[in-house]
Design a protein around this ligand. Structure first.
Ligand code: GTR
Length: 431
């Protein structure tokens, strides 16, 4: 089912029929056909120096690796705009039959309120007093698509047409309210004492290749100013930038413990959550769900989606420099275990789905395993061995791993793992 969906999507986006066919034939799912590869040593600097202390990792190797990921893969994003500001447009102290506080906050990226902006939907538990830890994640469907509550504003941003789901002329309609509520079990999250913040990713940057003219890119490119240079932000870095701007707001929200914000995402937004957590150390915990190629999966395994395939079908996701590695994974100065390691010593949870072979569950697990030496250097337990754990069992230490049966999706069962991992790792600070 997912494969069918995926290929119809590819066929729509990909320009030439012969190219499409060759990519379909290219995808490998056979472990025996993985070419031999060697992962770059995380504890070796580009200058050939061995990293043996936590200080060396934090002061030398981490900044170097972060810069490589930035310049060669995701692209550099601007800093916080000076005129960033927000307005609370809705606050209900007795939402969900009195169990929740619901807030809606419009975050403006410039002074001009008719310019680019994003809407944050924030749920806080009523049962807990004092600042609460919060999960923060982008959604695919508009905030109104994450929950049936009629008070949630319908997004006005561009959306991919989908008649059945109630998206017509690239705009959401009432019919799309709550259409993806299974990905966002709000009641369970609140009952466990956590808040949840979510934003439609298309508010920040609509997900199609428009040469960086729309969304927040309007403020930086276009109108004769030229698109991003080869090492400047692609869409994933842009969405991650939006998550940081949401955190800027959350830091001012008294009901939120901004030192305990977990950034979470599924699929392309799982890649985004990882990059957001790597680049912005204010995120206390990172959760990557089915993030696959460009997320948790090791690129050198070339199982399912490859670097060439992702850069061809989604040319706007990464910075232009990343196309140099199409079909040349061995020349990458890093692999995705490095992205996991950039989160260290903060906790990170990688979750996979058994049937999601396109995202290479084993490659996602191996990234977590191969990032472990960095965690251990920093005095934190990683993943103990190279064998995948049994299904439905949260394993690991400060790097967690969880695999469930089923397809590519973010489900209630995944959320149970997130909540358990957060309970173990997102401990209230003593100050
Ligand atoms: C697929 C893409 C994956 C993944 C997925 C998603 O088409 O190949 O990398 O990100 O989309 O975001 O649903």
């Amino acid at each position: 089912m997912r494969t069918l969906w995926l290929w119809s999507f590819v066929f729509l986006l990909c320009p030439r029929a012969d190219e499409r066919m060759s990519m379909a034939q290219e995808a490998n799912y056979d472990e025996a056909k993985i070419p031999p590869y060697e992962l770059p040593d995380l504890l070796l600097t580009t200058g050939g120096e061995q990293v043996t202390t936590a200080e060396q990792w934090l002061k030398v190797r981490r900044p170097e690796l972060l810069r490589l990921f930035e310049e060669q893969m995701f692209g550099r994003a601007p800093s916080r705009p000076v005129d960033l500001h927000w307005q609370i447009t809705d606050e209900d102290q007795a939402a969900l039959a009195g169990r929740a506080i619901r807030k809606q906050v419009t975050i403006y990226f410039s002074k001009d309120r008719s310019g680019p902006r994003m809407d944050l939907l924030l749920w806080l538990p009523k049962s807990v007093s004092g600042p609460v830890p919060v999960f923060l994640g982008l959604n695919f469907v508009g905030n109104h698509g994450t929950h049936p509550d009629p008070a949630i504003r319908l997004t006005e941003s561009w959306m991919r047409d989908d008649d059945k789901a109630g998206v017509v002329n690239n705009l959401a309609t009432e019919q799309s309210r709550g259409r993806d509520q299974s990905s966002w079990p709000v009641a369970e999250i609140l009952a466990r004492g956590y808040g949840l913040g979510t934003i439609y990713y298309g508010d920040i940057d609509p997900d199609f290749d428009d040469q960086f003219q729309n969304g927040v890119h309007q403020l930086y490119h276009g109108s004769g100013r030229g698109g991003p240079t080869p090492e400047q932000w692609g869409s994933i870095a842009t969405w991650a930038w939006g998550l940081s701007r949401a955190l800027d707001y959350l830091q001012t929200e008294a009901a939120v413990d901004a030192k305990r914000v977990a950034v979470v995402g599924h699929s392309r937004l799982g890649k985004t959550a990882m990059w957001a957590g790597a680049i912005d150390e204010r995120f206390a915990l990172v959760i990557s769900n089915n993030s696959g190629c460009g997320g948790a999966a090791l690129s050198r395994r070339r199982i399912g989606e490859t670097v060439q395939r992702i850069n061809t079908v989604f040319p706007h996701w990464f910075c232009d420099n990343f196309t140099q590695y199409n079909g040349r994974e061995d020349e990458l100065p890093f692999d995705q275990h490095g992205l996991v390691a950039l989160v260290a010593p903060r906790p990170i949870l990688i979750t996979s789905a058994e049937e999601d072979r396109w995202a290479d569950p084993r490659g996602e697990f191996l990234s977590a395993f191969h990032a472990s030496p960095v965690y251990e250097l920093l005095g934190q337990p990683g993943i103990a061995g190279p064998d995948m754990p049994p299904m439905h069992q949260l394993s690991g230490g400060r790097i967690g791993y969880f695999i469930r049966a089923g397809e590519h999706a973010m489900t209630k069962m995944d959320w149970e793992a997130y909540l358990e991992f957060a309970d173990r790792n997102l401990v209230r600070s003593t100050q």
